[in-house]
Design a protein. Sequence first.
Length: 366
Amino acid sequence: MDYSKFYNFCLESYAKLPYVFGQGYAFRPMTLFIELTYRCNFRCNMCQFLGLLEDSRLNEKKGEELTAGEIRSAIDSVSRFGIVMFTGGEPFLRSDIMELVRYASTTRKSYIVTNGILLDNEKSDELTELGCANLFSNGVASVGVSLEAIGAVHDEIVKVPGSFEKIVSNIRYLVKARKKLGKRFPVIGLKCVMTKHNVGQLIELYRLAEDIGVDIFNPIAYYSMPNTDRHDMGGRVDWEKYPQSDSGVDIEILKESISEMKRHSKNSAVQLRITPPGIGVNDVIALYENRMTLSNKICYSPWTTAVLSAYGEVFPCSNYSVGSVRDGKRFLDIWNGEKMREFRLNLKKRHVFPACAGCCFISTDS
């Protein structure tokens, strides 16, 4: 089953009623991305937060990260049919990460995205034990692990020698742990960002995903988000600024790699999921050539999805804060507050902004 396609269908269906009739209001969020920390043990050369990671203020603000209690309160605001996604930075640098995963998985589905270097056997065993019993039950629904290339190329991208072998070993153990318990969940995905450094290795990565035995191989289109400064969030976002993709990518190799992956996927047990999932392959190519057409694109995301920063800001996308849970407001009050409603109505009027090009949440308007 294509779980990603099914969940995207559920999100769009959930959004359409308030999108059409809600006057900027929305039901409870179906998806909450929680950026647990901006600390990271990698320095990936294409990371949107690379500037932040090199900022001396990052360590100074470690003590300002949301507490477990504040995060639990936000989790309680998510629809009982929804999913809580733990991201970063590197989530496993939070000492309380498994406590938070356990809490979210008790009443909702959870999903964690990690670079995999700290995904040790103990964590893998617990994530597997917390895995959903079936598609409709609570628990850990998915674990996504980033693996950017093969061997030394990966290590050079992330700037950590020996990390490739360690991550592959960790993923293999997670796959074995799940098999040992005879479980379908968590779904295990191998993720990479398509850049000039790995575009020629995409099919090799796909075959590695098959060899390891994961469920999904997820190449992600790279684009330079215009507004990602988590130190200085606010309303000063340039929505008219079209993002630039990785201009160093050899387009012909990219086309060939995507075509080969698409052909390969027809006979593979590992699902191929190219992100953004809501647009066609031609749009992905156009994105890398900085010529994506937005006139036929639409976004329902702010009616279903929110992001909670490590310091408490709530934002629908990019870096546009609509409030903070540390300003004495409940998450749900911010979710349907005046600023968020204005953002939704403005987006609905425009369908998408130029800054949305390449975003994971846009889709083709049918």
